[in-house]
Design a protein around this ligand. Sequence first.
Ligand SMILES: Cc1cc2nc3c(=O)[nH]c(=O)nc-3n(C[C@H](O)[C@H](O)[C@H](O)COP(=O)(O)O)c2cc1C
Length: 209
Amino acid sequence: MSFLDKLNQRYATKAMNGEVVSQEKIDNILEAIRLAPTSSGLQPFEVFVITDNAIKKQIREIAWNQSPVTDCSHLLVFAAWDNYTADRINHMFDLTNEIRGFKNEGWENYRQQLLAGYPPRDAEENFEHAARQTYIAFMCAIAQATFEGVDSTPMEGFDPNALDTILGLREKGLRSTILLPIGYRDAEKDWLVDLVKVRKPMDQLVTII
Ligand SMILES: Cc1cc2nc3c(=O)[nH]c(=O)nc-3n(C[C@H](O)[C@H](O)[C@H](O)COP(=O)(O)O)c2cc1C
């Protein structure tokens, strides 16, 4: 099956059956997140993998009572940095130098450019920038889950402040952005499972110039 065939089969699963996804598939999905491109390679977020039923239940209460939150196998929570600090920027630049084993003048100039530009900015603007990066990794996770034959539900329908409190994210300098329950569909309970996918025609989406 081609990648496009798999993307056509993927859908935002509305009901899951509680079946556990193998650790190998979960690891592959997490690796796809790790490999996601991010602005300047800063990877300004962390991902929390929730399997604890009591925590899932608490989260469902502040996530519009959406059943995949508790009926999934693993609930991924994407949490962006609440701000860009010099320490956070330096950490990623130092890591790059350490892994590549050399310092590059252009790269070091770029570090200084970010250090001069990001930390002085408004924290909210920096958080919004970091939050956008989580969506890229989020889509990598969805695509890898699809590749693995695993269902998922992209989810913005929750109260991020309440979730931050449940997981103690603010104390870690993080703010939740999106949820991704991962698991297997409950076809009998899922109203969306057999409905035709709706997308705009290509000519309303793409302009060739
Ligand atoms: C960022 C984002 C947030 C979403 N939030 C929710 C959500 O909270 N609950 C839900 O059931 N679906 C949610 N969806 C799913 C969309 O409604 C769905 O992807 C869209 O209608 C297209 O349908 P399809 O994914 O089944 O092809 C979200 C999707 C995205 C990308």
